[in-house]
Design a protein around this ligand. Structure first.
Ligand SMILES: NC(=O)c1ccc[n+]([C@@H]2O[C@H](COP(=O)([O-])OP(=O)(O)OC[C@H]3O[C@@H](n4cnc5c(N)ncnc54)[C@H](OP(=O)(O)O)[C@@H]3O)[C@@H](O)[C@H]2O)c1
Length: 230
């Protein structure tokens, strides 16, 4: 499978959630991260989904793990991305209701495409945000981030048509619950992490959501499911 090609078959305006789970349904490994789940096959799809996107949404709790760096494109993916008219890496877009973030992370100090931060007005009032980051912070909503408004701003103010949400579960649940997600790309790793380290893929979805299965792929034992949600 060539993930850049097969996952590239979507419209310019798209919101895709891309996540990996263990075979027993956990969104984290024993370290509370995802690196121990899907191996190289999962990383290939992960990198392709990033290379196809215009913006990459990530929840603040995932940023606080300290493991999310700026989007860096490998030479081959950069060339293929440029060939479809997308220069430079897609910016990461951090969703936070608290602005409780480590501004010294490379994500905020050395991203080729500056990291965007979407928060709410009550959090931004009186918050200390470094001067270099401030121009890239915007608000959507008063007490919490209005995800519908935030996605609309990213599409139409920032011109980011194709959005990828990499999680975590809380942000993915909010987007799916708000009916904003077109596609869930779920990568199922052939690993059972057990109950002690289990993190549900979605937290508390407020309603039933129907989907249709768009495609199934397999690579090195990882099963790649694509659900269309609307
Ligand atoms: N399996 C995978 O593919 C995958 C992918 C990513 C992460 N993960 C794992 O997931 C875990 C973290 O996930 P998580 O569910 O705890 O958190 P998360 O979704 O990464 O982040 C949740 C945070 O995002 C902000 N947020 C989300 N929706 C918001 C809204 N509508 N308004 C305001 N703020 C909003 C809040 O930040 P504030 O607290 O700043 O208000 C909230 O606490 C980590 O262990 C990580 O390793 C797994």
């Amino acid at each position: 499978m060539d993930p850049f090609e097969v996952y590239g078959d979507v419209p310019a305006m798209w919101l895709r959630v891309g996540m990996v789970v263990s075979a027993d349904g956990s969104a984290t490994d024993e370290q509370g991260w995802t690196g121990g789940l899907g191996g190289e096959a999962d990383f290939r799809v992960f990198r392709a989904l990033r290379a196809l996107a215009d913006g990459i949404l990530v929840g603040a709790a995932t940023i606080r793990t300290g493991r999310v760096g700026p989007h860096r494109l490998r030479a081959e993916l950069r060339a293929r991305r440029e060939a479809i008219g997308k220069p430079g890496p897609a910016p990461i877009v951090v969703v936070t209701g608290s602005l409780d973030l480590d501004w010294e992370l490379p994500l905020f100090t050395s991203a080729e495409s500056p990291t965007l931060v979407v928060t709410c007005t009550n959090a931004l009032d009186g918050a200390t945000v470094p001067d270099a980051v401030r121009p890239h912070v915007f608000t959507a909503g008063a007490d919490s981030v209005d995800l519908d408004l935030a996605v609309n701003e990213l599409h139409y103010r920032f011109g980011l048509g194709h959005l990828l949400c990499e999680g975590g579960p809380d942000l993915a649940t909010g987007l799916i619950g708000a009916g904003l997600v077109d596609e869930l790309c779920l990568n199922i790793a052939p690993t059972f992490v057990g109950a002690r380290h289990h993190t549900p893929l979605l937290t508390a979805l407020p309603r039933r959501v129907e989907s249709s299965l768009r495609a199934v792929y397999e690579d090195e034992g990882v099963v790649f499911l694509r659900y269309e949600l609307r």
